[in-house]
Write a protein that binds this ligand. Structure first.
Ligand code: ADP
Ligand code: MG
Length: 619
């Protein structure tokens, strides 16, 4: 008899299971997406291994996924011919090793009000099986081990044992879900087909369903006849269904009728013209595990020296909480000739692009190189550069389109006489453009890109938006420059913790008086980022909180300044002497109007905000 090892889940997994099993959640159906995507991952792995070692496929040549429902026993099984798991894999992958995503997922699920569809993003998708099953059995056969069984009833333990029946699978994994009472509707073909259509239509491997179909009375006789002639069936028996409007055809004995549920041509290889927005959206959901629509997508086919195809999505929300800007995660799947070579390829795009999701497929990359070598690969670097550039160009285009639209709307509003129509137009005007939405969600990424990416800085800076003294709604640097005064030499900025704070600083007074606009930098990345940029459209940036501010003075103003300097010489000397250990120098200011004095930094010094930042980083 088999030796059964009883093991304990890692504590966080137990917590996760408690939550999955005991509470009421929405989107329970995602379990199918998760299990099928695991199956597809396992198939990708064996295919990748087979690239350098053909014999890996010897036991089983077919790469496919099969779903079958056993209505008598209330069991739903999902079987793949993927890489399978050794006994050790089973122990590590399913239960004992802490996954970094677990606690993040627990947090996200409580914040989202119980939306289980998030689970796939956190690397714990397997456990979603327990949303619909009170017992899960995993049979698995890896090329280098015997067939093992993993079994759990959703308490704190699971057991692992060698399959006493021997190796019933040639290679791969079967997950058997013993369905909860309230989940037996999953045994219905129609329901399963709908779910596969919804979640799995872009899986690159055939998905078959063992099929039993509910037909209307009119067609039932024909079908029965047809099935009788079909050699796949031994016999056909018609059993009336409980629903008087329908009849069920049940096919008895040795059923071989598997229905193919999906078309496996990868969407990124199809022509963009033939793909509907709905298909793009669905593919995004499959790829990202997100449940909503992306803000934008880019289907990019690069031709010429290096050819590749890619679809890049901008999700509607950033993957991580703001304090953890760059979480390590799979964001780009890299295929070489349809074979997935890397899905954890975090280094592929720069860190500040880690918010995009997508696939890249190229025929120009070598298939049989290690990931390390791949990372150093010149072609890959070129592809990465082109994609980054493409994304930034698309952002710029979206920004310009948005701006044009707004201007057109403003014009329309001015002309419109009908009050109702005018109102509608104003509502439209106030709606955020696609670019504005992207920017709102990802500005921190873009700003750190502006800081880090020397190559693309000039592109990124064009995408940044800031509030200014005169604009409480963010504007671009283009707009700032367009509105500059004719003799204005610099782009002025002030940095501080909030808009409110900055609008009151004394250094601003002269700018208010002269109606010269000042950028308000209120986020911690803003000032370091602007300092890297140095100049825009030929105009240098200048902090109004540092160094000299020199405006052209009229003769009159010059005279007045001389007079004031003489008048206050004594006072200034006294202040300078009294504070000599705290300050560098005291002088008559050109930037104050009402306030008696302001503390400023030297030209080469740190601004108050930067100083605060540096202190924070030290602590
Ligand atoms: P993720 O897929 O994000 O790694 P999951 O919780 O979905 O997280 O799966 C955990 C791990 O279990 C996988 O990484 C994989 O190693 C293993 N696994 C799950 N399902 C299968 C399968 N059908 N075939 C082979 N390995 C699997
Ligand atoms: Mg998974």
């Amino acid at each position: 008899s088999a030796i059964i090892e009883n093991l304990q889940y890692q504590t966080e997994v137990t917590r996760l299971m408690d939550i999955i099993v005991n509470s009421l959640y929405t989107h329970k159906d995602v379990f199918l997406r998760e299990l099928i995507s695991n199956a597809a991952d396992a198939l990708e792995k064996i295919r990748f291994i087979a690239v350098s070692d053909e014999s890996a496929l010897d036991e089983e040549k077919k790469l496919e996924i099969r779903i079958s429902a056993n209505k008598n026993k209330n069991i739903l099984s999902i079987t793949d011919t993927g890489v399978g798991m050794t006994k050790d894999d089973l122990i590590t992958n399913l239960g004992t090793i802490a996954k970094s995503g677990t606690s993040n997922f627990l947090e996200a699920i409580s914040k989202s009000g119980g939306d289980m569809s998030l689970i796939g993003q956190f690397g714990v998708g397997f456990y979603s099986a327990f949303l619909v099953a009170d017992k899960v059995v995993v049979y698995t056969k890896h090329n280098s081990d015997d067939q093992y069984v993993w079994e759990s009833t959703a308490d704190a333990k699971f057991s692992i044992y060698k399959d006493p029946r021997g190796n019933t699978l040639k290679r791969g994994t079967r997950i058997s879900l013993h369905l909860k009472e309230d989940a037996t509707n999953l045994l219905n073909d129609k329901k399963l087909m709908d779910l596969v259509a919804k979640y799995c239509q872009f899986i690159q491997y055939p998905i078959y369903l063992l099929h039993e179909t509910v037909y209307t009375e009119e067609v039932i006789a024909d079908i029965a006849k047809e099935m009788e002639n079909d050699k796949n069936y031994d016999s056909v028996k018609i059993i009336p269904s409980e629903d008087p409007n329908k009849k069920t055809v049940t096919v008895e004995k040795r059923v071989k009728k598997w229905k193919l549920l999906n078309e496996q041509k990868p969407i990124w290889l199809r022509s963009p013209k033939e793909i509907t927005p709905e298909e793009y959206k669905n593919f995004f959901q499959v790829l990202s595990g997100f449940n909503d629509e992306p803000l934008h997508y880019i289907h990019f086919v690069a031709e010429g020296e290096i050819e590749f195809k890619c679809i890049i999505y901008i999700p509607s929300r950033s993957p991580s909480s703001n304090d953890q800007l760059f979480v390590k995660q799979n964001f780009i799947k890299l295929y070489v000739r349809r074979v997935l070579v890397a899905d954890e390829f975090v280094e592929f795009l720069p860190r500040y692009m880690s918010f995009v999701k997508g696939v890249v497929d190229s025929d120009d990359l070598p298939l049989n190189v290690s990931r390390e070598q791949l990372q150093q690969n010149k072609i890959l670097k070129t592809i990465s550069k082109r994609i980054v550039r493409k994304i930034l160009d698309v952002f710029r285009k979206l920004y310009l389109d948005g701006k044009k639209n707004k201007e057109a709307l403003k014009e329309q509003i001015e002309k419109e006489e009908d009050e109702e129509k005018k109102k509608e137009l104003v509502t439209k005007l106030n709606e955020a453009s696609t670019y504005k939405k992207i920017y709102t969600e990802y500005k921190k990424y873009l700003k750190s890109g502006c800081y880090e990416d020397d190559l693309n800085r000039s592109k990124i800076v064009k995408l940044l938006l800031f509030k200014t003294m005169l604009h409480s709604k963010s504007i671009s640097l283009d707009t700032y420059v367009e509105n500059m005064q004719h003799d204005q030499k610099f782009i002025y900025y002030a940095s501080g913790e909030s808009y409110n704070y900055l609008s009151k600083i004394p250094q601003l007074q002269i700018f208010k008086k002269k109606n010269i606009d000042v950028l308000f930098l209120t986020e911690s990345v803003d000032e370091p980022c602007i300092q890297r940029v140095q100049e825009y459209d030929g105009k240098k940036f200048k902090s109004i909180q540092k160094g000299e501010i020199s405006f052209e003075l009229t003769e009159q103003e010059k005279e007045k300044e001389e007079k004031v300097k003489k008048m206050y010489k004594v006072l200034i000397d006294v202040i300078a002497d009294t504070l000599k250990n705290q300050i560098f120098k005291v002088e008559i200011s050109r930037r104050l109007v009402d306030a008696p004095c302001a503390v400023i930094s030297t030209e080469w010094g740190l601004s108050g905000q930067m100083e605060k930042l540096m202190k924070m980083n030290v602590n």
